[in-house]
Design a protein around this ligand. Structure first.
Ligand code: FAD
Ligand code: DHB
Length: 401
């Protein structure tokens, strides 16, 4: 079996793995990125869409913001819709003029892949990591298969950025970490449609038939999500049924009109909350979905992944360039703490907006909470602050070098 050597072996070329490789390269640290899927698959996988204020600023600061600033849509508010009425949460006004940028995850992935390849980065697509060994010993090693051939990489640090279904967590010594998990009793049916958005700002809509979200990707592309049963078969939903259900849920007293168009992508996402603690042991460090999953209602998953990596890159630069291990020692605690705050916000948004069939007590509480949020400036401010910039909250600033 042939072998290569690098300073940091990175598993996964999602936002976390690619961003880590980019930040390390800027400090002169080499890495090899292993990704089991093709470049084309990654660049077209539709997922998250909202970039928080502080994360967008950080992408700018490290040379990745140019296309996002040109093509991304800057938003200053969101709408909460319930009982057929629209209520604007003026996020920027409430949260120190901060904004969110609507820019698809796959666009960030494209920008990162382009930046890494232009800088001569070693990205191996179609390369599946099979096993990580010796994370407590002197020669951490990753065994992987590429084009049917097995090889190894030895390194100083293994970065597990391989998402929730990756193999990194399995390399933690038995009993060394604890997982906290909750599976929510519904899923999201997501679609991308070739039609101009029927709104200028995102609409989070609570309806007795279920939650609906109107988002977008550009002036020509709209993104929608519908709350469905957790085991919902995608085939049960014809295009006409999807549009009819979206119209029912988004309907308002003042006659909201929803434009439709060809549906070009559709998928079902299960809703899970998961936090692993700690997320670093020996020479194995985890970042992003490999270490934590939040339900998507708060739009935090990708932001959290990028925030982990911002901290991890600092910590690895301190270790590998300045021989200072202290930041790496603090890495896990800072990330886990941030992940719990993101979990709390995402759970808050999820339980606020998804009615539970047959639980009228819960459903009335939701309406009372929504009325509170849309009539109390303090309550709205609290939501706005966490929605626009949770992953860069000052609370965590002391943990980064
Ligand atoms: P990922 O993007 O999952 O990247 C991990 C990478 O590792 C993948 O490319 C995978 O192919 C690769 N990999 C896995 N195993 C191996 C292996 N053994 N060897 C090599 N490579 C491997 N968040 C939101 O905020 N809003 C949303 O609307 C939203 N929608 C989502 C829809 C879906 C279907 C999913 C799964 C997630 C969604 N998320 C959403 C969450 C958000 O997309 C994630 O938080 C984000 O992708 C995390 O980035 P990551 O780099 O940590 O993980
Ligand atoms: C999108 C996804 C989310 O989960 C969310 O809360 C807001 C927007 C999106 O895909 O655009």
């Amino acid at each position: 079996m042939s072998g290569a050597r690098t300073q940091v072996a990175i598993l996964g070329a999602g936002p976390a793995g690619l961003f880590l490789s980019h930040l390390l390269a800027r400090a002169g640290i080499d890495s090899i990125v292993l990704e089991c899927h093709s470049r084309d698959y990654l660049e077209h996988r539709i997922r998250a869409g909202v970039v928080e204020h502080g994360i967008a600023k950080h992408l700018d600061a490290v040379g990745l913001g140019e296309r996002m600033r040109r093509e991304g849509l800057v938003h200053h508010g969101i709408e909460l819709r319930f009982d057929g009425r629209r209520h604007r949460i003026a996020m920027s006004e409430l949260a120190g003029n901060k904004t969110i940028t609507v820019y698809g995850q796959q666009e960030i992935v494209k920008d990162l892949v382009a930046a890494r390849l232009a800088a001569g980065g070693d990205l191996r697509f179609g390369a599946e990591a099979l096993e990580i060994s010796d994370v407590l010993g002197p020669t951490p090693t990753v065994r992987y298969r590429h084009d049917g051939i097995e090889s190894t990489i030895t390194c100083e640090v293994v970065a597990g950025c391989d998402g929730f279904h990756g193999i990194s967590r399995q390399a933690l010594p038995p009993g060394a970490a604890r997982a906290f998990e909750r599976v929510h009793p519904f899923a999201w049916l997501g679609i991308l449609a070739e039609v101009a958005p029927s709104t200028d700002e995102l609409i989070y809509c609570r309806h007795d038939r279920g939650f609906a979200l109107h988002s977008m990707r550009s002036f020509e592309l709209s993104r929608f999500y519908l709350q469905v049963a957790p085991d919902e078969p995608l085939e049960r939903w014809s295009d006409a049924a999807i549009w009819a259900e979206l119209r029912r849920r988004f309907a308002t007293e003042d006659g909201f009109e929803l434009a439709d168009g060809p549906i070009i992508e559709r998928s079902i996402t299960t809703m899970r909350s998961f936090i692993l603690e700690p997320q670093a042991i020996g020479s194995l460090v985890l970042a992003g979905d490999a270490a934590h999953i939040v339900p998507p209602t708060g739009a935090k998953g990708m932001n959290l992944a990028l925030a982990d990596v911002r901290d991890l890159a600092h910590a690895l630069i301190a270790k590998l360039v300045h021989h200072d291990e202290s930041f790496l020692k603090a890495y896990s605690a800072a990330c886990v703490r941030r992940a719990w705050h993101a979990q709390e916000f995402s759970t808050f948004m999820t339980t606020l907006l998804h009615p539970l069939a047959g639980d009228d007590f819960n459903n009335h509480l939701q309406l009372a909470r929504l009325e509170e949020l849309t009539s109390s400036r303090d309550a709205a401010r609290h939501l706005a602050e966490r929605y626009v910039d949770l992953a860069s909250m000052r609370l965590f600033a002391d943990a980064t070098p």
